[in-house]
Design a protein around this ligand. Structure first.
Ligand SMILES: CC(C)(COP(=O)(O)OP(=O)(O)OC[C@H]1O[C@@H](n2cnc3c(N)ncnc32)[C@H](O)[C@@H]1OP(=O)(O)O)[C@@H](O)C(=O)NCCC(=O)NCCS
Length: 189
């Protein structure tokens, strides 16, 4: 089941049906659909609730854990995060968005670091990967800042707003994460 995780400023917890109006409000912004692959625009009424119900089933079947990203102090939902599991291959894919009013505060970097830690230390994964449209440097910056390495670009991998777009792939392996942890602890000690 989807756990509850904490970072310095945020709490990641399982999504609940009553979160739907807040998710819908943030996800309705065209800027969220613009660089994600599955979020529709215009965002249909009721879609958030249906998505939360589908997400719950996926968590029960260990296919994906979807979290509400919430402000630790106020409980306000600021975005969502999905860890799509492929346990046969001991790997997971990251997928995330954060509401436009909360951009540029380092929140997604903070959450992604915690999600990578969770994937390796608590789920015992071997690889964590993600992709972003080539024109989405905010997302690729997050991946780089979290220790993920560039694996390549797939040309015209996605159709967005009727146009083909390139996707950039990033990943981190278990041994790279272990090395990163060692380096960080030697810097802080
Ligand atoms: C991408 C997204 C998750 C970033 O969230 P965020 O909380 O604002 O990200 P952070 O503040 O943690 O980090 C973003 C980094 O990219 C940098 N950045 C932002 N826009 C940039 C741009 N246009 N060019 C270069 N760098 C950029 C920021 O400066 C920051 O780096 P820094 O901390 O070194 O300054 C958010 O913009 C979003 O949800 N976008 C819509 C959905 C989406 O694209 N999801 C990802 C799909 S792969």
């Amino acid at each position: 089941m989807t756990p509850t995780l904490h970072t310095e400023r945020l709490t990641l917890r399982p999504l609940r049906e009553e979160d739907a109006p807040f998710v819908e409000k943030l996800a309705s912004d065209r800027l969220i659909a613009d660089t994600t692959l599955l979020i529709p625009h215009p965002y249909p009424e009721g879609e958030a609730r249906n998505w939360i119900i589908r997400s719950k089933k996926k968590a029960e079947q260990q296919e994906a854990y979807t979290f509400a990203i919430t402000d630790k102090q106020t409980g306000e939902i600021i975005g969502t995060y999905t860890l799509k599991l492929e346990l046969l291959h001991q790997k997971a894919e990251l997928g995330y968005w954060i509401g436009v009013p909360f951009w540029g505060k380092g929140y997604m970097t903070e959450v992604t670091k915690r999600m990578i830690q969770y994937g390796f230390d608590e789920l015992g994964l071997n690889k964590i990967h993600a992709s972003a449209l080539a024109r989405n440097p905010a997302s690729t910056n997050i991946m780089k800042k979290c220790g993920m390495s560039y694996e390549g670009t797939f040309k015209h991998h996605i159709f967005k707003w009727g146009q083909p777009e390139d996707s950039e792939f990033y990943a981190i392996l278990k041994e790279e994460y272990a090395e990163m942890k060692k380096t960080q602890s030697s810097i802080t000690s």
